[in-house]
Write a protein that binds this ligand. Structure first.
Ligand code: GDP
Ligand code: MN
Length: 380
């Protein structure tokens, strides 16, 4: 789950990482009121779950409350990488002398937490990694040893931060960011830019924060921050139904059981010359009810022209899946043809059930490739 900048900053603040004072606004009038309360120049920032807001014109300085209202007017409704701006964060404008970058994430390969710090902040970190890799200090934290103060010092020296006061402040922020990251079960905590003001004060000017979905039950306060209005409505509906679903942009709806088979199903549709409309994993159980839920989600996508069911029965029983398909056809209006490939546990019984039901829009195929080819033809 990705947090908005203002939510991430609120977490930072709780863990003692310096951030600017700010207010949320959803209208120009609220932006004006926020700027009045804060006093002095402010920065008006689009709150969307994507990066590059600055470049897209979603971050603007405003000298006074009237100006803040005007800037808010211009940013609200802006489309930034497909995200429409509905919320603004108005904060005390900072003077910037230097822009650094600090992040902590998981290095899955190393199975350790990874810190990255560079004094080349403000720009995309991928750009720094590609063009000036020597400027990027990287350091792993041994999970058994935990975080030690030397980690922060080595990072700060490694990145070439020379000013002693900055070294001290950044080392302190690194320790706090680590605690914030671990205690929130985060997967990414990124500060870009981490600024130094002309007075030498270091603070977080931005926040990118991702919390592990599987750990949200331990953090009800964070889970509540989820903004359902920002999510893709179809994916939100799938989450509600407990269906593992990712929307894609093709016309062949896909349902497999198990993530591996579902991924292969996406691939085989592409091999057959089609474009998958989604990724959908029925999971290990594959009960009739699960099949109905999944079909309900898949058929809500108006782009779906044909559906490809690819089931390999292990724990999942193919007869149960077949019954689920028939039940779904009774309960939902499904116009799209369904191509079914069943193999493994009770496959023959499953095929027999489908054959006996003789539904005009259900086609049974022998192999995965046959089924994909049929589904692609039917979707054309
Ligand atoms: P992003 O483009 O989505 O990463 O949004 P950021 O929060 O990083 O803001 C983009 C840029 O706007 C920053 O890199 C800063 O250069 C600038 N910016 C943001 N806040 C302030 C501020 O308070 N004062 C000044 N002078 N510039 C700011
Ligand atoms: Mn940024």
């Amino acid at each position: 789950m990705d947090l908005y900048e203002y939510q991430g900053k609120e977490l930072f603040r709780r863990f003692g990482i310096p951030v600017s004072e700010g207010r949320l606004a959803t209208t120009p009038a609220e932006a004006r009121a926020a700027a009045e309360e804060i006093g002095g120049p402010v920065v008006v920032k689009a709150q969307v779950l994507t990066g590059g807001r600055g470049k897209a014109g979603g971050v603007k300085l405003a000298g006074d409350p009237g100006d803040a209202a005007q800037k808010a007017e211009g940013i609200l409704g802006l489309d930034i990488n497909g995200h429409v701006v509905r919320k603004l964060w108005i904060e005390n404008a900072s003077e910037i002398a230097k822009e650094y970058y600090l992040s902590v994430t998981f290095d899955r390969g190393a199975k350790q937490v990874l810190f990255m710090l560079t004094t080349e902040g403000g720009v995309e970190i991928e750009e720094v990694a590609a063009t000036k890799p020597e400027a990027l200090a990287r350091l792993h934290v041994d999970p058994l040893e935990g975080f030690q103060p030397w980690v922060a010092r080595r990072l700060v020296y490694g990145a070439g931060v020379e000013d002693p006061s900055e070294q001290k402040q950044i080392a302190d922020i690194i320790g706090k960011l680590y605690r914030c990251f671990i205690e929130s079960d985060a997967m990414l905590a990124e500060i870009n830019p981490l600024i130094v003001t002309p007075d030498g004060e270091v603070k977080a000017l931005d926040s990118k924060f991702t919390v592990d979905d599987s750990a949200l039950y331990r953090h009800p306060a964070i889970a509540e921050l989820r903004d359902t209005s920002a999510a893709d409505p179809l994916e939100a509906f799938a989450r509600e139904k407990g269906v593992t679903y990712v929307k894609l942009d093709g016309s062949v709806g896909i349902l497999g059981n198990g993530a591996g088979l579902s991924m292969s199903t996406v691939d085989v549709v592409v091999v057959a010359g089609g474009r998958p409309a989604n990724f959908c994993d029925l999971g290990g159980g594959g009960s009739a009810e699960g099949v109905v839920d999944a079909l309900e989600v898949i058929t809500r996508d108006p782009q779906v022209r044909a559906i490809f069911f690819n089931i390999f029965g292990g724990i999942t029983r193919c007869d149960e899946v077949a019954r689920g398909i028939l039940e779904a056809l009774d309960r939902l209006t499904i116009d799209a043809p369904i191509v079914v490939r069943l193999d493994g546990t009770n496959a023959e019984e499953g095929r027999r059930i489908l054959a006996e039901a003789a539904r005009p829009n259900v086609h049974v195929a022998e192999t995965m490739l046959d089924a994909a080819t049929q589904a692609v033809e039917l979707a054309a």
